[in-house]
Design a protein around this ligand. Structure first.
Ligand code: ATP
Ligand code: MG
Length: 466
């Protein structure tokens, strides 16, 4: 835009100045003609009256006029009233009768007339015609060719100057516009980068300078938006945590049944022992045996209770190096009762392997997966837990020989509250919680299953950093 406007101005300016220059030249030509009028009239008058016998005076004037550099005259012609050449700077024209349009026009003109011959801006000429008369008596006509040499050069110089001026002004204007644009867009860019910085986990509004304009309003909206996002993120986290603990309470119900059974038999054993110890006649060796039975039974009870207590306690997230084989072993121990009751054969083929994980949470994942597998094997089956190592991940493979999962459910089982166990039996939160925990570990949980052919769950966790 700036360039187009500048070029327009450039054009106007040059045209205007060209006209001025030409007008000046025309004025000079007119002055020259006017000043030549008297001497030439005089010579013709002298000749007519016979005061001067020599006709050479006219030729001398004409040749001096043309020869003089300062006069800028390229040709000079003196004509009589009939158009016959009395004197000419081109000697070959002497005595010829001229009848070109310029001559005809000059012969009848009553005053000085100017005509342009050729392009005035390309070394053209101004033809000036002057009537040579004394009041109404006309002796002849003088025609001068006033050269415009130098005008083209002047115009060229003018063009250059104006061009330089235009270029400088445009550059300056462009620079000013650029600086102004940068100053104006700076707050917008700042706001845009602040908006880009809003990402999950970083909901702190970036400090922006206060403003009272529209951008200020945008900045206020930005702050409100970030605050809302932060609140919603916190709300989402709370809901997630609630989800986890709700699910935990549900599995604790199932586990408690097993633990109760676990406690029952050692309790009976211990009670027997205590009753026997009451007998005073008991020999010392028997007494020692009973004491040992009571001790072992109480120890089993303590272990069972502490397992349940450990599982039901809400632990703060704590990542540490844990052994995957031990984790699996501990889970199987916890679910020993349910496994036995379901008539399930368990194979733990996980080798000792360290992963960086939150042991309690991973245990929760395993409890859920094993409970699901047990639930899917109504009339006994085989639960196979193994491990494959692939790239940056350790993958636990938990495979059962249960009823399997129909294809239409495969995409939904990880959704919260999806269950096929019927109302009051399952919460449908188990796998949703598993997925959440595994993702918190930077891992993935997937499934592959076909109805009637069992199900296999894959839990991939990143390797422990060396
Ligand atoms: N090993 C499996 N074999 C077959 N179906 C499974 C298996 N694991 C999960 N499912 C299916 O996925 C559904 C969702 O499992 P999820 O653990 O989320 O909830 P749930 O087991 O129904 O309820 P809850 O875990 O609270 O007892 C189950 O109802 C079941 O249909
Ligand atoms: Mg479940």
């Amino acid at each position: 835009m700036i360039l187009v406007i500048a070029l327009g101005f450039h054009h106007l300016l040059v045209e205007e100045e060209k006209n001025h220059l030409l007008e000046r030249r025309e004025r000079e030509a007119r002055i020259l003609a006017a000043s030549m009028r008297l001497p030439f009239t005089q010579i013709l008058l002298y000749e007519e009256t016979g005061l001067v016998a020599e006709a050479g005076l006219l030729d001398m004037y004409v040749s001096r006029l043309v020869a003089s550099k300062e006069m800028h005259v390229s040709y000079a012609i003196v004509l009589d009233s009939e158009g016959v050449v009395l004197s000419h700077s081109d000697l070959t024209q002497f005595h010829k009768r001229l009848d070109d349009p310029l001559t005809l026009k000059a012969l009848i003109a009553a005053d000085i007339t100017l005509s342009h011959v050729g392009d005035p801006f390309k070394d053209g000429v101004i033809d000036v015609a002057v009537p040579l008369n004394v009041s109404s008596k006309r002796f002849g006509t003088l025609r001068l060719g006033y050269t415009l040499e130098g005008l083209a050069w002047e115009i060229r110089m003018l063009r250059r100057k104006v061009m330089a001026l235009t270029a400088a002004t445009s550059a300056l204007l462009a620079l000013l516009v650029f600086i102004a644009a940068r100053i104006m867009t700076r707050p917008i860019r700042r706001l845009a980068s602040a908006l880009n910085a809003v990402q999950p986990g970083s909901f702190e509004p970036v400090k922006l300078p206060e403003r009272n304009d529209e951008i200020g309003e945008l900045q206020d909206s930005y702050r409100v938006m970030v605050d809302r996002l932060r609140e919603e993120e916190a709300e989402r986290k709370r809901t997630h945590e609630l989800l986890g603990s709700t699910e935990k309470m549900a599995t604790i119900g199932t586990l408690a049944a097993g633990i109760a059974h676990e406690i029952n038999s050692p309790l009976t054993g211990a009670m027997h022992g205590v009753q026997a110890l009451r007998k005073e006649s008991l020999p010392q060796t028997k007494r020692d045996q009973y004491l040992q039975v009571v001790g072992e039974s109480l120890d089993r009870i303590r272990r069972a209770v502490s397992q349940l207590l450990d599982y039901s306690t809400v632990h703060a997230a704590h990542f540490s190096d844990c052994d995957l084989r031990r984790l699996v072993g501990k889970t199987l121990e916890l679910l020993d009762f349910q496994i036995g009751k379901g008539g399930i054969e368990v194979v733990n083929r996980v080798p000792p392997l360290t992963v960086r994980a939150d042991a309690h949470k991973m245990e929760q994942v395993l409890v859920n997966l094993v409970l699901n597998a047990i639930a899917a094997m109504h009339s006994g089956g085989r639960l196979d837990i193994s491990q494959v190592d692939g790239g940056p991940y350790v993958t636990l493979v938990i495979s059962d020989t249960g009823v399997g999962i129909p294809e239409e459910n495969l995409g939904r089982i990880f959704e919260p509250f999806f269950t096929t166990k019927g109302t009051g039996k399952g919460t449908g939160l188990g796998l949703a919680v598993c997925k959440k925990i595994v993702e918190q570990h930077g891992g993935r949980i997937t499934v592959s299953s076909r109805p009637g052919e069992g199900a296999t769950f894959f839990v991939s966790l990143p390797h422990s950093p060396a």
